[in-house]
Design a protein around this ligand. Structure first.
Ligand code: R5P
Length: 311
């Protein structure tokens, strides 16, 4: 009983503020914690600039600012920075940025001199705004955390996706890694599900265009699961699906954490021979993009647990 009261009083020391990019997820996280979202006015002036006014007492509290860096990334980023800054002015104990989808997450290395290293820039901006910690999920490369000059916790969507796959009770199936970068995570899934792993070889001649050169492994007559960290234009996925179909596989399932789904993605998914596309709610998917083959899993309990445990 004493422990329960202790946990409850610690929860009461926490305040959840949400930006506008993913309020659905923020509400679910707050609900899991037995809290409501803190009161705050968020608006844009007629010229598009952001205005924030926090209407909560934050003194000596730990404040969690939930904001996904999804499209429009620049706007959502500035909104998050402005909320952090406004929160700081109210003398909280700590400010934690909860960033389900980290903006510019793929820009964590420079391919040629003169390119922007935008992942680092975002990390530096969060540092300048004086966050104490970031809680994020499935970065593109786990080593990109080295850019964070504050405490960090990177969550994985792995447990909820694996649970969904187990429910399917698939037999005679293989895991396909769509490119080199997805190999470590695909290996982890294959190990957990005790299935063989097959590799696809991808190349890009220009941004946002994926060419699947070949797939190496025994897939004919099998069910296939493809796992990636994100789906953007769906070029990678549909390229792999087309090759797999040429190789006479049976049903194809796909799972990823971040459903960016930009440009031609939905049209490509509609046409692609895929049974199910499993995504999470790190990005708020607009209703018009919620086609029947997409199944959305919520990450709320993972974030709520991380907030509960945060000291
Ligand atoms: C790339 O390295 C990522 O892991 C994904 O494979 C990529 O972002 C998917 O992009 P698209 O859907 O545009 O092919």
């Amino acid at each position: 009983m004493a422990k329960k009261i202790d946990i409850q009083s610690k929860i009461q020391d926490k305040v959840i503020l949400s930006g506008t990019s993913n309020r659905g997820l923020a509400k679910k996280i707050a609900k899991e914690l037995g809290l409501s979202l803190g009161k705050m006015e968020v608006k844009q002036f007629s010229d598009g600039e952001t205005y924030i006014n926090i209407e909560e007492s934050l003194a000596d509290k730990t404040v969690y600012v939930i904001q996904s860096g999804s499209n429009p990334a620049n706007h959502n980023l500035v909104e998050m920075l402005a909320i952090v800054q406004a929160a700081r002015s109210l003398q909280p104990k700590r400010v934690v940025a909860v960033v389900p989808f980290y903006p510019y997450r793929r820009m964590e290395k420079v391919m040629k001199p003169g390119e922007s290293l935008t992942f680092e820039l975002v990390a530096d901006l969060l540092h300048a705004a004086k966050i104490d910690k970031i809680i994020c999920m499935d970065l593109h490369k786990h080593r990109s955390k080295r850019f964070f000059k504050f405490q960090r916790k990177e969550l994985r969507a792995f447990p909820i996706i694996i649970e969904r796959m187990r429910q399917k009770k698939l037999h005679n199936f293989v895991m396909v890694a769509p490119d080199k970068g997805s190999m470590p995570e695909s290996k982890r899934y294959a190990r957990e599900l005790n299935v063989p792993l097959v590799k696809a070889f991808k190349t890009r001649k220009k941004h946002d265009e994926a060419i699947i050169k070949r797939i190496v492994g025994d897939v004919a007559g099998k069910d296939v699961i493809i796992v990636d960290d994100e789906i953007n234009t769906a070029g990678t996925l549909t390229g792999v699906v087309d090759k797999l179909k040429e190789m006479k596989v049976r049903n194809i399932y796909f799972a990823c954490t971040h459903a960016v789904l930009s440009g031609p993605a939905i049209e490509r998914l509609q046409k692609a021979k895929i049974r199910e596309v499993i995504i999470t709610d790190t990005i708020d998917l607009p209703m018009e993009k919620r086609i029947p083959k997409i199944k959305i899993l919520t990450t709320a309990s993972l974030f709520a647990e991380a907030i509960k445990e945060d000291r």
